[in-house]
Every structure is written in C-alpha cells, then in structure tokens.
Design a protein around this ligand. Structure first.
Ligand code: 5GP
Ligand code: MG
Ligand code: MG
Length: 179
C-alpha cells in the first residue's frame, strides 16, 4: 500500500520512514561523539528546515555542547532561487571553537557555502557539516558534508522539517513528490 499526502497542489508518497530517519540520526551522532570525544562543540542549526533533525540529533550527542541557529533562504516552492539571503545571523561566540553546522538537506550546496562564509568570519577552531539528507548528484560545492544520514536522488521531498511552500514540516516520516 502506498501512503500518499496532498500538500497544496502537489501529491507526495511515503519515502523514508520514521525508523530509518531515527537510525540514520543515531549513526551520525555516534560518529560525532567519537570524533569530538572530550571536546566542546557548538552546533549551528540552519532554520527552518533543520529544526527537527537538530532536536533529535542533540538528544543523541554525548559531548559538552551548545546549540545556536541561523536562518537563510534560498528555496521558493520546489526549486532553488540561486541566491541565498541571510535572515538571522549568528549570535553565539564561536571563536576558537569546534563548529558543526546542522542542515536538513544538502542539495546544490549553495546554502552551505553561504553558511560557511557566515561562520568562517568568526574564526572558529574547525567547521564541519552534519546533514540528515544529501543529494550527491545535485551537489556543486567544493567540500561534501562530512556527516550525512542518508544519500538520496535528486527528487523533491517534504516532511520532518522540510517544507513545500512552508507546509508539510510537521511529519515524522519523509515524503517524495509524485511527478
Ligand atoms: P541548496 O542550497 O544545497 O541547493 O539547498 C539547500 C536548502 O534548500 C535546504 O536546506 C532545504 O531547505 C532546501 N531544499 C533542498 N532540497 C530540498 C528538497 O528536496 N525538499 C525541500 N523541502 N527542501 C529542499
Ligand atoms: Mg536547510
Ligand atoms: Mg524550504
């Protein structure tokens, strides 16, 4: 049986279950816990999409850590606009600290390069990226994310924080567009 949902003018079908998401998060957290053992980490979540992943990831992190959020915007509907605007900047002191950027999804990598430059500006000790989802075939950036939960093909998805025209963020599973 296919579970489908309608969001505004588009139909979506169940694609990644809650269990698969949570298992992937535990794996990512496990790697972070061992790589940063005995170190302090500042997590920087990218709003809005990463709010659920950031929340679940933090519950699995076993390190002295802080979390802060920034907000940028690039997507309109189902495609990237090609320009990334900073809506909320960084308010936490990250100088000489290990930073892990927390993203919902890395697609073209454009958002990530904007976030990198926002962060780099504050002279952190190190910067890495943890993303729940990664679309390797869409990625045009230089440095792929070090930590990712699941690799997915270049198809539009919603749920678990990710939106279609701001709707559909409030699900435990992830849905893929039906074309
Ligand atoms: P990028 O700049 O890497 O192309 O896109 C990054 C941002 O675009 C993500 O953080 C996310 O907010 C949004 N995005 C990219 N792919 C998707 C997708 O398949 N579905 C949704 N809902 N948002 C996406
Ligand atoms: Mg995002
Ligand atoms: Mg969006």
């Amino acid at each position: 049986m296919h579970i489908t949902v309608q969001i505004k003018d588009k139909s979506f079908e169940l694609y990644i279950s809650e269990k698969e998401i949570q298992d992937a998060i535990k794996e990512v957290a496990g790697k972070i816990n061992s790589d940063y053992k005995n170190e302090e980490v500042v997590f920087v979540g990218v709003l809005n999409g990463s709010f659920m992943f950031a929340s679940d990831l933090m519950k699995e992190v076993d390190l002295p850590c802080e979390i802060s959020f920034v907000k940028v915007q690039s997507y309109k509907g189902v495609s990237s606009t090609g320009k990334v605007h900073e809506l909320i900047g960084l308010t936490t002191d990250i100088k000489d600290k290990h930073v892990v950027i927390v993203e919902d999804i890395v697609d073209s990598g454009l958002t990530l390069s904007k976030i990198y430059s926002m962060i780099d500006h504050h002279a952190p000790k190190s910067v890495q990226v943890a993303t729940l989802l990664y679309k390797p075939t869409a990625f045009k950036g230089k440095i792929p994310p070090k930590y990712f939960g699941l690799e997915i093909p270049n198809k539009f998805i919603v749920g678990y924080g990710l939106d279609y025209l701001e709707e559909g963020r409030n699900t435990r599973d992830i849905y893929q567009i039906i074309e």
